[in-house]
Design a protein around this ligand. Structure first.
Ligand code: DQA
Length: 143
């Protein structure tokens, strides 16, 4: 089974970006972590990042027929993007939403995510380990 792993804006800066909140793990560390977890679970992962909402929407649309599930950290688009919500809903694949930080502990504008309403499950606050936990949950779901 194939999982499309999508990362939204500014996640390319992980490691140097607000390390008190996001830690020192880089996006390439998370890419490696996902591949290790996927190997253990017998999944294939396609790991991507974009700073552009439309590019994420296009990748979500293309997942129909090419992926079995989507793991997404929509980053700031979580809190703003009806377009990403609609694309995920249209594609209809199981979605795991992941946030490194505990968004509920932070500013009020981070407490709502448009993606959560179309997600199979949401993991937040466990840092990079959240991606591994989400892959485990998706592997179970896809059995
Ligand atoms: C984030 C949380 C978002 O509020 C923020 O805009 C991000 C990262 C996280 O992984 O904790 O860019 O999705």
């Amino acid at each position: 089974k194939r999982v499309l792993v999508l990362n939204g804006p500014n996640l390319n800066l992980l490691g140097m970006r607000e390390p008190d909140i996001y830690g020192h793990t880089t996006l390439s560390d998370i890419d490696a972590l996902c591949h290790t977890a996927a190997d253990e679970l017998g999944l294939a992962v396609d790991f991507r990042q974009s700073n552009h909402e439309g590019e994420l929407v296009t990748w979500i649309q293309e997942a129909r027929g090419t992926a079995d599930a989507i793991l997404i950290n929509p980053a700031a688009y979580s809190h703003t993007s009806v377009a990403i919500h609609d694309a995920l809903k249209a594609v209809g694949l199981p979605v795991a939403e992941v946030h490194l930080s505990n968004i509920h502990q932070r500013e009020p504008f981070r407490h709502h995510s448009y993606v959560s309403a179309v997600a199979y499950g949401v993991i937040c606050g466990f840092g990079a380990a959240g991606y591994r936990l989400a892959l485990h949950a998706l592997a179970e779901k896809l059995k």
